[in-house]
Design a protein around this ligand. Structure first.
Ligand code: 5GP
Length: 190
């Protein structure tokens, strides 16, 4: 299928490091137009409304859903709701920007339904063992919670064949450079 060069969707399993790669791109690749999602989650220290997210109340988010304002939206980790606003993304594509969406797998599937000509990139861990290490994290989770995360990780990893390309997150800078190349841009010398 002919791919829309202007729109790339980055997704992958929980804890693979999507956020780190997109933060690296935000800081180093101003030529990438990184979509700012709306969310019902509360800002973390240092997060700025309109830069990291558009922070919304549950009522505002519900209203935006009802008004059909989202290209995709999903409840992530069974907690907060996140979504990509159609208006801003469509405008950026129309302006000829290189648009990047960093969203979860459920959202990526919705974008594929709506815009199959977008480019879909799966961010994968270097190995299953490494994903286990990142998922289980600091060892502060209960055995039950760890098991739940591992099951989720296994299901999420199985989504890889739905994507056009896989980028392995072995090193944040290298992975970001590869992603930028897939977007048709030139990686910077470091
Ligand atoms: P965090 O709360 O740590 O910033 O993000 C949690 C998760 O939400 C990440 O997996 C991220 O990919 C996902 N996410 C962020 N924005 C969106 C969005 O607009 N749509 C969807 N579907 N997921 C999102």
């Amino acid at each position: 299928m002919h791919k829309l060069p202007g729109l790339t969707v980055l997704a992958g399993p929980t804890a693979v490091g999507k956020g780190t790669v997109s933060t690296y791109i935000r800081d180093n690749y101003p030529e990438v137009w990184l979509s700012v999602s709306a969310t019902t989650r509360a800002p973390r220290p240092g997060e700025v409304d309109g830069v990291h997210y558009f922070f919304k109340s549950k009522d505002e988010f519900e209203r935006l859903i009802a008004e059909g304002e989202f290209l995709e939206w999903a409840v992530v980790h069974g907690q907060n709701t996140y979504g990509t606003l159609k208006s801003t993304v469509n405008q950026a594509i129309a302006d000829g920007k290189s648009v990047l969406l960093e969203i979860d797998l459920q959202g990526a599937r919705q974008v594929k339904e709506a815009l199959p000509e977008a480019q879909f990139v799966f961010l994968a861990p270097p190995s299953w063992e490494e994903l286990v290490r990142r998922l289980v994290g600091r060892g502060t989770e209960s055995a039950e919670e760890q098991q739940r995360r591992l099951e989720t990780g296994k299901v999420e990893l199985a989504a890889e064949p739905e994507f056009d390309h896989t980028v392995i997150n072995d090193d944040v800078r290298r992975a970001a450079d590869e992603l930028v190349s897939l977007m048709g841009l030139t990686p910077h010398p470091h």
